[in-house]
Design a protein around this ligand. Structure first.
Ligand SMILES: *[C@@H]1O[C@H](CO)[C@@H](O)[C@H](O)[C@H]1NC(C)=O
Ligand SMILES: *[C@@H]1O[C@H](CO)[C@@H](O)[C@H](O)[C@H]1NC(C)=O
Ligand SMILES: *[C@@H]1O[C@H](CO)[C@@H](O)[C@H](O)[C@H]1NC(C)=O
Ligand SMILES: *[C@@H]1O[C@H](CO)[C@@H](O)[C@H](O)[C@H]1NC(C)=O
Ligand SMILES: *[C@@H]1O[C@H](CO)[C@@H](O)[C@H](O)[C@H]1NC(C)=O
Ligand SMILES: *[C@@H]1O[C@H](CO)[C@@H](O)[C@H](O)[C@H]1NC(C)=O
Ligand SMILES: CC(=O)N[C@H]1CO[C@H](CO)[C@@H](O)[C@@H]1O
Length: 406
């Protein structure tokens, strides 16, 4: 859902309200062409010269419709000033960090549900510890979607795939539909009601806040409902959480990565992690660095003060990454080590441009922060990244230099 090159609300988007339905579809072809054709110009005008409001160039008819709605506790100035989180109250992983440091060397550190970083070093031990309740799941991974006949297979494959990541990952569907709830539960998912919407679409921050309130885990993430993962996600999260060179005791964490687009993923192609890796290799295409489809944060991340952006509409992803980088959070790009396959459906890869209210987030953010250098919120602007060693181990390294567009 990058502002420039669009994204994919086809899974996560549409949201509880399921807006942007068939009446919009007819614009699809035209808008996609427009989006692609304009993106070069758009980047130039917008990101380099910051001339004018690009969304108005693309969507003049939406401009006058904007009303300020839920902007949460968003602060007008927080984007302009880099403020590392205050030292006391919100130390992200510090308690656990201290514990980990003090008992370095012991392989299985005694855990309590509240202390998050007590990671057994082997995955088997971690699995056993999560199952017997002495370790927390690594990640609560949530999504939300509306019923849509054309996406039944996509959702079924996502439900099955995220279920296969248990117990390391706890999948959660936000929905008010009893039918979707039953479907999700049959795949071992938890469900929660959608507590807050705007323009008929779930507001991102409340999903995080609700998930954090309801479930204990070390990390939390929204992901679009058409993204399927492999065990590489678990490997990378474990590597990040156990890397002592990362200042996770002082700063919040945000983990993002590029997705790999695969058209029309079949049931068998998504049946196992190996099958997913195989189809990604055979027909996958790494998508732009300008879109993010998942946002893994620590439990104390400042979700309370994040503006009320909604999923499935452009701009929120880049803004969130930009915000985290400006706040000097530990932002890690896991593109090289996490396979996140986007099940590209007929709606394509640029659906974020075709929904009703597609500029909703952009307009809200502009109102709050005036100028936003969205390009600074690209995946490759993350100060850290993961890499794989020759032996296949995941390591984290600080990026040597910033990309120009950042
Ligand atoms: C969202 O889109 C709908 C339908 O196009 C429109 O009626 C409404 O005013 C829009 N709302 C906002 C906040 O832009
Ligand atoms: C989460 O952990 C805290 C203690 O660390 C506990 O008080 C709380 O009940 C737990 N919440 C859930 C939903 O398990
Ligand atoms: C839970 O599993 C871990 C890992 O196998 C083990 O070390 C620990 O003793 C178990 N704890 C309990 C209470 O069963
Ligand atoms: C998806 O799963 C549901 C059951 O949860 C099933 O009724 C439906 O036929 C499946 N659809 C596809 C296209 O796989
Ligand atoms: C979903 O249900 C909850 C109650 O379970 C309600 O508070 C909430 O407003 C509903 N959300 C929507 C979008 O209707
Ligand atoms: C942001 O702050 C400026 C002054 O610093 C103020 O004029 C403006 O109304 C504020 N905007 C919002 C959305 O709070
Ligand atoms: C909710 C909140 O913290 N808002 C603050 C953001 O900034 C404005 C000034 O621009 C303050 O008045 C608000 O208190």
């Amino acid at each position: 859902m990058g502002l420039c090159c669009g994204g994919t609300p086809s899974g996560g988007g549409g949201g509880a309200g399921g807006s942007g339905g068939s009446s919009r579809k007819q614009y699809w072809g035209m808008l996609m062409l427009l989006a692609v054709a304009c993106s070069g110009l758009y980047v130039m005008l917008y990101y380099r010269a910051t001339l004018t409001t690009p969304s108005l160039l693309l969507f003049p008819r939406l401009a006058h419709r904007f009303r300020s709605t839920d902007d949460g506790n968003a602060n007008n100035t927080s984007l302009l000033i880099s403020q590392p989180p205050s030292a006391s109250s919100s130390l992200p992983l510090s308690a656990a960090f201290a514990k980990k440091t003090s008992s370095a060397g012991s392989e299985m550190i005694k855990a309590s549900p509240g202390s998050s970083l007590n990671l057994p070093s082997s995955q088997e031990a971690l699995k056993a510890a999560i199952l017997n309740g002495t370790s927390l799941p690594l990640l609560t991974l949530f999504s939300t979607w509306a019923e849509r006949d054309d996406l039944q297979l996509v959702r079924n494959l996502t439900l099955r795939n995220w279920g296969q990541l248990k117990p390391f990952i706890r999948p959660v569907l936000f929905t008010n539909s009893s039918k979707l709830e039953a479907q999700a539960r049959s795949h071992g998912w938890e469900t929660l009601p959608v507590s807050k919407v705007a323009i008929g679409v779930p507001i991102l921050k409340y999903m995080y806040l609700d998930a954090i309130k309801k479930f204990n885990s070390t990390l939390y993430s929204f992901a679009n409902g058409d993204i399927i993962f492999t065990h590489s996600l678990v490997d990378s999260l474990q590597a990040i959480l156990s890397d002592r060179s990362l200042p996770l005791d002082k700063n919040h964490l945000l983990v993002v990565g590029q997705r790999t687009n695969v058209g029309m993923v079949k049931d068998t192609e998504a049946a196992t992690f190996d099958a997913i890796a195989k189809v990604a290799k055979a027909r996958g295409k790494l998508f732009t660095t300008m879109a993010e489809d998942f946002f893994i944060t620590d439990r104390q991340f400042d979700w309370n003060s994040i503006p009320g952006v909604v999923i499935g509409r452009v701009a929120y992803d880049n803004w969130l990454v930009l915000h985290a980088i400006q706040q000097k959070y530990v932002v890690v790009d896991v593109t090289k080590t996490v396979l996140a396959v986007h099940q590209t459906s007929k709606s394509g890869n640029f659906e974020g441009f075709t929904h009703a209210n597609s500029s909703y987030n952009d307009l809200m953010l502009k109102k709050l922060y005036k100028r936003i250098h969205y390009m600074g919120g690209c995946v490759d602007c993350a100060p850290w990244r993961t890499l794989k060693t020759a032996e296949g181990r995941v390591v984290v390294e600080k990026r040597a230099k910033k990309a120009k567009h950042c």
